[in-house]
Ligand binder design. Structure first.
Ligand SMILES: [Fe+2]
Ligand SMILES: [Fe+2]
Length: 468
């Protein structure tokens, strides 16, 4: 165990951070060149994390086979580490690999060579063996692709992963989330390289989110709380998009408008691609100059979208206006004091709520109730009617949150009711804290049950491992 910014670094957190760093290395190798400092930093960090994870006496190395688009470690699917990894997984598949094998001794230079090879186009004769051979010829023997699994083993593993995903309640939400991250990564690469942005698939992805929200909001909203580390802020954008959609669908049932709102929310921070890495990921207090640079991201976002030609004006308005207060203060500075449009105000509420409640490497997640209290105390920041409505829709215990009830059981919030304090909860443990099998779980509507039963607290993911 090691302590980083107050967060415990156990094995699963280290694995998550390692996979995240590999994804960053891959995306940066695509965007820049492999010798760019950003690639060097992330590959150096990957090498360091691997060392920390394996310890000094590990000789077997780390095996991460891919099963059902999910990295697996010791037979367990790494769901959270796989959420943002579809690009890495796809590149492994493109080179006919079945996963990754990392030796403890892998250096920064080894990772750099690996990503140079991985970002090359695979030839028709490609195989994991040929890929590894090329790496060895270059002097890299510590990072390699695993050969694809035999069919029998794959089928067995596949069934196991499926079982785990069902147990987590996210068999459908995972690919949806992965597709969105992949899409945002693609847009980031295009925007960084000044290429035309391909929005064709954005609408399709947002439509699928809307469909899934209508069918089963719990798994989607619950999963939006998974990601601990989020180097590219994609997780933030997806969560803001989900919150905005979940809120907006109570205000309108115009599917076309909902899609436009979802797309605008998804792209609200696109301008951050033009903010320097040092400013964006600074863990120190920003200098005055860095703060000014950071505050330009709404202008950059609007510029990128405007330059693109046929972008929806709503997305431009949201990118430009999501840091404005209701009286048009905030940034960027504007001369007119006309009342801002509704959609940027919706996105602003979701943006601040997400930022307050999401866990970050340097802070634990804040309970929704505390976030509401802070937001209600921020005078003139939010549209008061919209904010009150948002609180009613999102609830004190947002859908997908794990909660402890006063009768000793734990469960996952399934839906909201007319009373934001008393949601419908899917009971997942006995009173003794023992996890219930998926078939034994039942719903308890707190708005229509014994009033003595109430929510005591929302729980962090780590405390309820057994209850998933
Ligand atoms: Fe922003
Ligand atoms: Fe944001």
């Amino acid at each position: 165990m090691d302590e980083l910014f107050g967060v415990q670094q156990d094995e699963s957190t280290l694995l998550l951070r390692l996979v995240d760093e590999l994804v960053i290395s891959l995306v940066n190798t695509r965007v820049y060149s492999s010798s760019h400092t950003r690639v060097q930093w992330s590959t150096m960090e990957a090498s360091r994390l691997l060392g920390e994870l394996l310890g000094f006496d590990d000789t077997a190395g780390l095996r991460l086979p891919v099963v059902r688009e999910c990295f697996v470690h010791d037979g367990h699917p790494l769901v959270d580490a796989s959420l943002a990894s579809s690009r890495l997984i796809k590149s492994i598949h493109d080179h006919k690999g079945g996963g990754l094998h990392l030796d403890r001794a892998a250096t920064q230079a080894d990772f750099q060579m690996f990503f140079e090879e991985l970002t090359r186009k695979a030839g028709a004769q490609e195989s994991a063996e040929a890929f590894n051979q090329r790496l060895q010829e270059r002097g890299c023997r510590t990072v390699r692709l695993l050969a694809p699994m035999e069919e029998d083993a794959l089928r067995r593993q596949d069934a196991r992963v499926e079982e785990q995903l069902v147990l987590h309640g996210i068999p459908l939400a995972l690919p949806l989330y992965q597709a969105l991250v992949d899409h945002l990564q693609g847009l980031t690469i295009q925007a960084t390289q000044g290429r035309k942005l391909g929005f064709e698939s954005t609408q399709g992805a947002v439509d699928k989110l809307l469909e899934q929200l209508a069918k089963d909001s719990k798994s989607l909203l619950g999963m939006a709380r998974y990601e601990l580390y989020d180097a590219f802020t994609f997780g933030h954008s997806i969560r803001v998009c989900l919150l905005a959609l979940n809120f907006a669908r109570t205000l309108t049932d115009d599917l076309d408008l909902l899609n436009r709102i979802g797309t605008a929310a998804l792209l609200h921070d696109l301008g951050k691609v033009r903010v320097s890495f040092e400013t964006l990921y600074s863990r120190e207090r920003l200098t005055e100059e860095q703060r000014r640079e950071m505050e330009r991201h709404p202008v950059y976002g609007a510029e990128i979208l405007l330059d693109n030609g046929d972008t929806d004006p709503l997305a431009i308005a949201v990118a430009f206006g999501h840091h404005h207060t209701v009286d048009m203060r905030g940034y960027p500075k504007v001369l007119h004091r006309a009342r801002g449009a509704v959609v940027p105000r919706i996105v602003k509420i979701c943006d601040v709520f997400e930022a307050l409640t999401a866990p970050r490497p340097y802070k634990a997640a804040m309970p929704a109730v505390r976030a509401y209290r802070i937001m209600l105390s921020m005078r003139n920041h939010f549209d008061p009617l919209l904010l009150r409505r948002f609180i009613a829709v999102t609830g004190f215990y947002p859908t997908g949150t794990m909660v402890a009830l006063s009768n000793g059981v734990q469960g996952k919030v399934d839906a909201q009711t007319h009373d934001p304090r008393r949601p419908v909860v899917e009971i997942r443990t006995t009173e003794g804290g023992e996890a219930l099998a998926p078939n034994d779980r039942r719903l308890l509507d707190l708005a229509h049950c014994d009033p003595a039963i109430r929510v005591l607290a929302s729980l962090g993911e780590a405390t309820i491992q057994g209850a998933h």
